[in-house]
Design a protein around this ligand. Structure first.
Ligand SMILES: [Zn+2]
Ligand SMILES: [Zn+2]
Length: 224
């Protein structure tokens, strides 16, 4: 209701071409959806179906990591708006985008969850962007969604080496609803992947709680 009123006052415009109507117009959406080559998300070695290579699997416990796009215009602007400027509607665009990126033929009993946003940010914005995405994507694919992770610390990843960051995040999450995790193939939804440290910490937490496999999908990945 309030959202509808706000829309009347300030209608959305395309973050790329400024056309009024949607946050990303159909034309611009067509031009940015480029399927990235299938590779290990961490070392970029070419692998089948976005699997982690053996080395990176040992480090991260992530089986597959699908990434929708490079973190560049116009996606980066839309993600910024989604995360910080109350562009809540963008979750519909991104959920469709992720549904296009994700292969068909994944297990029908896949369990979907999300990387929880730090609580102080949810308080400011009123929504957890990854939870919205996860719920929508699960619904589209007929999968169950469950909240499985709790953020314990607000550990920041700034100013340390890639290696240090991978370890710094360990222990940053707790598994909740543990009875749902055992033996499951879990898909974690995230918005932006940088070092993979956050996703890896989530994967290790879920594996320790008994998950059979943990994979992830993110809207975009930054190039370092
Ligand atoms: Zn446009
Ligand atoms: Zn690798």
């Amino acid at each position: 209701m309030i959202e509808d009123v706000l829309k009347l006052i300030a209608p959305h415009s395309c973050v790329s071409c400024r056309q009024l109507g949607n946050l990303l117009c159909d034309g611009c959406r067509e031009s940015y959806v480029v399927h990235l080559p299938s590779r290990c998300f961490l070392c970029k070695k070419i692998t089948l179906d976005h699997r982690s290579c053996d080395n990176c699997y040992a480090k991260t416990k992530l089986k597959h990591v699908w990434v929708g796009a490079e973190y560049e215009e116009p996606i980066s602007t839309l993600i910024q708006k989604f995360k910080y400027n109350n562009a809540k509607d963008a979750y519909k665009i991104f959920a469709n985008f992720l549904a296009d990126v994700l292969p068909h033929g994944l297990p029908s009993n896949m369990l979907v969850t999300h990387v929880p946003t730090a609580n102080n940010r949810i308080r400011v914005r009123g929504y957890d962007q990854c939870e919205l995405l996860a719920r929508k994507l699960a619904k589209q694919r007929g999968w169950q969604y469950s909240r499985l992770l709790l953020r314990v610390t607000n550990a920041r990843q700034v100013g340390s080496s890639k290696h240090a960051r991978l370890h710094q995040m360990d222990g940053a999450f707790w598994a909740i609803n543990q009875n749902e995790i055992a033996g499951k193939e879990i898909l974690i939804i995230d918005d932006v992947v940088t070092t993979g440290a956050t996703l890896s910490a989530c994967a290790k937490t879920l594996k320790n709680a008994g998950a059979k496999t943990v994979s992830a999908i993110a809207i975009a990945q930054t190039c370092e």
